[in-house]
Design a protein around this ligand. Structure first.
Ligand SMILES: CC(C)(COP(=O)(O)OP(=O)(O)OC[C@H]1O[C@@H](n2cnc3c(N)ncnc32)[C@H](O)[C@@H]1OP(=O)(O)O)[C@@H](O)C(=O)NCCC(=O)NCCS
Length: 242
């Protein structure tokens, strides 16, 4: 089990399959995650569960609170131990848990495990251009926008861009030093540093988004980044005013 402040990441057990059946049939979730929005039977979910243990390129964990409430799943897929790369994916199926920082905590915890225990060098992810929450999630966890696959995904009558994100081990450790190394920093210094960093990140995202706006092929992704950046900037200003 992998632990962080508020979460435990557990291997998925048979008792978790009911939640997965519900989430797999939640069409909004599957759309946001870029999965084919097809109804799944309980046999499909059972088959998915059986395949988990025989796929060495995939590590999937149940995201649970410390009280055992099951919120969603996080995974490494395409695990390539020779190159030290893996793709990360996340779904928080319980909507009431959205927007509390738990997605970011799970991503950081998984990256800590990937870079620390699996000795990965690079973790990457993709988001759809119509999912500003996921864009913000990866951006705030330090992932860099590495490219855009233009109009690569078809959904609800339109083509969407796929944004590609990557995080290298040195970038992760620079922002997430091991626990013991920053104990001396006072809380107020930490929050000020956090809010400065958050504004800086938001401005970077807005600038990057604006660059993309001028190109008709990347304009949709650019607009999503500007929107996510402006939302973040507003929050960072309000945090710093407190
Ligand atoms: C994406 C997902 C994992 C995020 O989990 P979460 O627990 O809500 O994430 P967090 O609370 O850590 O971060 C979400 C951020 O998005 C921000 N956000 C929410 N809605 C937003 C919007 N419309 N525009 C911009 N930012 C937005 C939140 O304010 C928060 O940023 P902040 O910490 O700067 O305030 C979760 O919403 C989910 O599972 N969604 C459905 C499936 C999905 O999209 N998976 C990702 C596929 S790549």
């Amino acid at each position: 089990m992998i632990q962080s402040d508020n979460l435990h990441l557990w291997p998925i057990e048979r008792q978790d399959l009911n939640n997965n059946y519900v989430w797999a049939n939640d069409m909004e979730l599957t759309r946001l995650a870029g999965a084919t929005p097809l109804p799944r039977s309980s046999q499909d979910v059972e088959q998915w569960y059986r395949n988990l243990s025989v796929n060495p390129e995939q590590h999937i964990f149940a995201i649970k609170t410390k009280n055992g409430e099951y919120l969603g799943n996080i995974e490494f897929r395409g695990l390539d131990l020779r190159c030290g790369c893996a793709e990360i994916g996340i779904i928080i199926g319980e909507r009431k848990a959205w927007g509390q920082g738990l997605g970011a905590e799970a991503i950081r915890s998984m990256c800590n495990f990937g870079f620390g225990e699996l000795r990965l060098h690079r973790i990457y992810a993709t988001t759809l251009s119509n999912n500003p929450r996921a864009i913000r999630l990866f951006e705030k966890c330090g992932f860099k926008l590495e490219g855009i696959k233009r109009q690569a995904y078809y959904q609800d009558g339109q083509y969407l861009d796929i944004l590609m994100w990557g995080l290298l081990e040195n970038e992760f450790w620079a922002n997430n030093p091991p626990e013991h190394s920053d104990k001396s920093m006072e809380h107020s210094d930490k929050s000020m540093e956090h809010s400065d960093k958050s504004m800086e990140q938001a401005q970077g995202m807005i600038a990057q988004g604006k660059d993309l706006l001028s190109n008709p092929y990347t304009a949709a992704a650019g607009a999503a980044m500007v929107e996510a950046g402006e939302a973040q900037l507003a929050r960072a200003h309000s945090d710093s005013a407190k």
